[in-house]
Design a binder for this molecule. Structure first.
Ligand SMILES: *[C@@H]1O[C@H](CO)[C@@H](O)[C@H](O)[C@H]1NC(C)=O
Ligand SMILES: *[C@@H]1O[C@H](CO)[C@@H](O)[C@H](O)[C@H]1NC(C)=O
Ligand SMILES: *[C@@H]1O[C@H](CO)[C@@H](O)[C@H](O)[C@H]1NC(C)=O
Ligand SMILES: *[C@@H]1O[C@H](CO)[C@@H](O)[C@H](O)[C@H]1NC(C)=O
Ligand SMILES: *[C@@H]1O[C@H](CO)[C@@H](O)[C@H](O)[C@H]1NC(C)=O
Ligand SMILES: *[C@@H]1O[C@H](CO)[C@@H](O)[C@H](O)[C@H]1NC(C)=O
Ligand SMILES: *[C@@H]1O[C@H](CO)[C@@H](O)[C@H](O)[C@H]1NC(C)=O
Ligand SMILES: *[C@@H]1O[C@H](CO)[C@@H](O)[C@H](O)[C@H]1NC(C)=O
Ligand SMILES: *[C@@H]1O[C@H](CO)[C@@H](O)[C@H](O)[C@H]1NC(C)=O
Length: 758
């Protein structure tokens, strides 16, 4: 005890003497990274060290300039995914702290973006019901979900048929407001909540739901998508009816609530990931991201590095910003998931008075009676958004030919029209479920027929709602969603991101039961236990669920191996056997910047043949090759790392070459890759290459021979781009085809213009 006092005194004197004058001022929350190897031996634990460090700063801030609204204090200590703490500090206090020998780096707490662009506007489905041998897989795997909390009473968290909680589980079911710790069970095995960061930013705030209970619906949706139990008879107002289930319906779920009605901050997100790893989850699913930050200031990048070292794969969403170079979570040691559509259509049947039938798109949430009403068409293009013009049409069905469908819906709702037929092919209309008024959207290719009929006298029509068409072969699927954020990743464009695509558009999963999920007109709010939601937020948990299943089948695989298996087996063709298209770019062929390797294919991922593995040291070598300072690297790796072999050429299952559009567009880039045989024993693979347009791709050797399982073989790949400065994004592929044809190991290649980098 005496020794401790003495040493801490010395420590304090050192600290004080460096900073006779402190500039004080408004305090903010900071996340501070510390090098735990430098912790003075006097401290029994890191918590003592960090508390002492903060308390010692207090001694220096006893003057009148102090920000009394936000006292200096420790928020969280972190010890699993990285070492450090978050604290409310002034700039002056931070400067003093920086002189502490263990200090690595600090950055201000920042706000996080949840990757659903809207909430109740999205309706959804689980497309892979039936594709999954699911009740077998996922057993004993634990998925940690970092999100808005959970609605524990949802039938998706019933533990019917669930196995016992794995004995390695160290988590807990934290009680709180309207949340009793007995609400957890063998499905929902843990719930914790983290809001010190939110409160620190807004000291006067009252947390309206101070527990793991979800008040937004997002976390209930994502966690039930990953691993919800079977729920018979689920539907969204009659659409997408069927048995709902998560991708890994026998996996256990642990929820870490870090997003609040009152705000969301990095310090809380970090605390959630850190705790999830410490509790013993196998996979982390995180449907949110930080925009415009470097990797060493991105809490998800930092925390997922520690998770990766402990063998935990972090699966994250690419973001919903749409455009090229807007992707977040471009983290080389995490999985980054883009969103696509599924082959299910929410249909409304339009029957004309002459008996002709058309199928339109609608998610109007009620069985409205729109039968044998006059069908009206006016040539004047603005009349569907003109109150006065619409006042003359009476109780009828009106055809709206051009204009903004969502805009026109509001005018139609306020008119005497019973329903509308909107003529449009706009991709985004089929990605969201907001449809507050009776109506259907019909393709422009039927426009002339409809109009010809409607301009005859006594034209009439009938609309039937709540029809769902599954496996609709007329609909290309998957199609890359218009909203999904595209690579290259501004935080590190040298690794191709996103990694792959999963269903994200109109995904059905559980929701919280007491908020409005849909509207009829502008004032009738509806609630539903299941919701169709769209976003990369919905895509991410599909991939997380697949990762959980793979972890169940191959517990020895590293996070990089699981990601590799998912990428090299992903599909780049759609249900028409043509290339997957991109709805944002007028349904042109999607590039890897939009969909990565392609649509995740769970069954193939279980048996990939070869894997591209990577160790923690490989990621360190990558970081060492980047233009980062020592402390920036240490922020990510925590203590101890050596830059003995800086190497930008990570053993990644995809290839990207960037050219400068303005100056120099001819580029030669060489890559080395090592693959591990996880398929048969003695076997060999032959290469097949499709070079991107404007490039020459050479691979050597052209054949890889393996004598036994787990043997490794290496090859080199050289891309020589001599295209032009048109800014074109060109894609290609390399496939290693096994001699017996069983395994095909495909990697995408993309050549693209450079983007601004963070
Ligand atoms: C939780 O709720 C149940 C039922 O309402 C009750 O029996 C139990 O005592 C509660 N447990 C705790 C820890 O509050
Ligand atoms: C917080 O509450 C105190 C006392 O009620 C008040 O004086 C102060 O203005 C409030 N601060 C903010 C930021 O709302
Ligand atoms: C179309 O309708 C608008 C609004 O009712 C009106 O101002 C305009 O004159 C009409 N145009 C034609 C060509 O009828
Ligand atoms: C109605 O739609 C037309 C065509 O899209 C547009 O030019 C006009 O500005 C719109 N008017 C209103 C009031 O939204
Ligand atoms: C709705 O219609 C009424 C009368 O037709 C009109 O006075 C009112 O401004 C309209 N409201 C909106 C929001 O368009
Ligand atoms: C929803 O339910 C929760 C838990 O019972 C309650 O606290 C909250 O006020 C409810 N919200 C609404 C909008 O009714
Ligand atoms: C590397 O970082 C330094 C300092 O941050 C900066 O001045 C320089 O431009 C960077 N170089 C490259 C190639 O990004
Ligand atoms: C690939 O490996 C060869 C042989 O070890 C080496 O000479 C070359 O520099 C490597 N290329 C890259 C891009 O690392
Ligand atoms: C540039 O290259 C692209 C793709 O190779 C091609 O489509 C385009 O026509 C070329 N443009 C010019 C100006 O050569």
């Amino acid at each position: 005890m005496e020794l401790i006092e003495h040493l801490t005194f010395l420590f304090l004197v050192t600290l004080l003497s460096c900073h006779a004058t402190l500039v004080l001022g408004d305090r903010s929350s900071y996340i501070v990274h510390m090098d735990k190897t430098l912790m003075p031996k006097v401290f029994p634990t890191h918590i003592h060290w960090y508390s002492f460090t903060i308390n010692s700063l207090k001694l220096m801030t006893t003057n009148s300039f102090d920000d009394h609204r936000k006292p200096l204090r420790l928020l969280y200590t972190y010890d699993t995914a990285f070492h450090g703490f978050s604290a409310v500090m002034s700039k002056g206090e931070l400067e003093a702290l920086k002189k502490n020998p263990g200090f690595v780096s600090a950055y201000i707490d920042r706000s996080v973006t949840v990757d659903t662009t809207h909430t109740f506007e999205f309706l959804s489905l689980n497309p892979y019901t039936g594709l999954w041998p699911a009740s077998e897989y996922g057993k004993d795997v634990i998925v940690g979900v970092i999100d808005t909390g959970v609605w524990p009473e949802s039938p998706s968290y019933s533990d019917d048929g669930m196995s016992e909680i794995p004995s390695r589980w160290k988590g807990t079911c934290e009680a709180g407001q309207e949340f009793n710790s007995s609400l957890c069970n063998k499905k929902l095995i843990g719930v914790r909540y983290f809001n010190k960061g939110v409160i620190a930013e807004n000291p006067n705030i009252t947390i309206s739901m101070n527990s793991g209970r979800d008040t937004k619906g997002h976390g209930t949706h994502t966690s039930s998508t990953v691993a919800g139990n079977y729920v018979v008879g689920a539907s969204f107002f009659g659409y997408a009816a069927g048995t709902a289930r998560g991708i890994a319906p026998r996996a256990h779920v642990a929820m870490y609530k870090v997003i609040w009605d009152e705000g969301s901050y990095a310090s809380d997100v970090l605390a959630g990931i850190d705790q999830a790893v410490a509790d013993g989850v196998d996979v982390i699913s995180i449907s949110m991201g930080f925009n415009d930050v470097a990797l060493y200031e991105d809490p998800i990048a930092i925390a997922s590095f520690g998770a990766m070292e402990k063998g935990v794969l972090v699966s994250s969403s690419a973001g919903n910003a749409g455009s090229i170079g807007s992707l977040h979570n471009g983290i080389p040691w995490a999985l980054t998931v883009a969103a696509g559509s599924i082959d299910r259509v929410f249909a409304g049947g339009l029957t004309l008075g002459n008996g002709e039938k058309f199928s339109g798109w609608t998610t109007f949430p009620a069985p409205a009676l729109v039968k044998d009403l006059p069908l009206i068409y006016r040539k004047n293009i603005s009349y569907c958004n003109d109150t006065e013009a619409l006042s003359t049409i009476g109780y009828s069905i009106v055809i709206c030919e051009k204009g903004s469908v969502y805009g026109e819906m509001r005018f139609i709702a306020n008119s005497s029209a019973a329903a509308a037929v909107y003529i449009s092919d706009d991709a985004y209309l089929f990605e969201f479920s907001d449809f507050p008024n009776p109506g259907v959207i019909v393709s422009t290719k039927h426009a002339q027929k409809l109009i010809d009929y409607a301009t005859k006298s006594h034209a009439s029509a009938t609309i039937h709602f709540q029809q769902t068409v599954v496996g609709a072969t007329r609909v290309r699927a998957p199609v890359v969603a218009s909203y999904t954020s595209r690579g290259p990743a501004p935080s590190h464009p040298g690794i191709l991101k996103p990694d792959l695509m999963a269903p994200g558009t109109l995904v059905v999963a559980s929701w919280i039961p007491n908020t409005s999920t849909s509207f009829i007109g502008s004032n009738i709010a509806l609630t539903s236990d299941f919701v169709l939601a769209s976003g990369t937020s919905m895509a991410c948990p599909h991939a997380s669920g697949v990762a959980a299943l793979l972890k169940g089948v191959h517990p020895e695989w590293s996070p990089a191996a699981i990601r590799s298996a998912m990428m090299t087996t992903a599909g780049h063709l759609d249900n028409t056997r043509g290339h997957i298209r991109d709805s944002f770019f007028n349904y042109e062929i999607a590039t890897p910047l939009a969909m990565g390797a392609g649509q995740v294919d769970p069954n193939r991922a279980a048996d990939p043949g070869l894997i591209y593995d990577a160790t923690a040291q490989d990621y360190v070598n990558l970081l060492c090759s980047m233009n980062y300072t020592k402390n920036q690297i240490r922020t990510i790796t925590r203590s101890g790392y050596t830059c003995t072999d800086p190497n930008p050429d990570l053993n990644y299952p995809s290839f990207v070459t960037l050219y400068n559009e303005n100056t120099k567009y001819d580029v030669v880039q060489e890559f080395n890759r090592t693959v591990t045989n996880v398929g048969g024993e003695e076997t060999s693979y032959e290469v097949r290459v499709k070079a991107p347009r404007g490039s020459k791709v050479t691979v050597a050797p052209a054949v890889l021979r393996f004598g036994k399982k787990y043997e490794k073989q290496s090859y080199s790949l050289r891309i020589a781009y001599a295209g032009n400065t048109s800014g074109v994004v060109a894609s290609g592929e390399i496939i290693w085809v096994e001699e017996n044809g069983v395994h095909k190991v495909r990697s995408p290649i993309v050549v693209a213009p450079m983007i601004p980098v963070w």
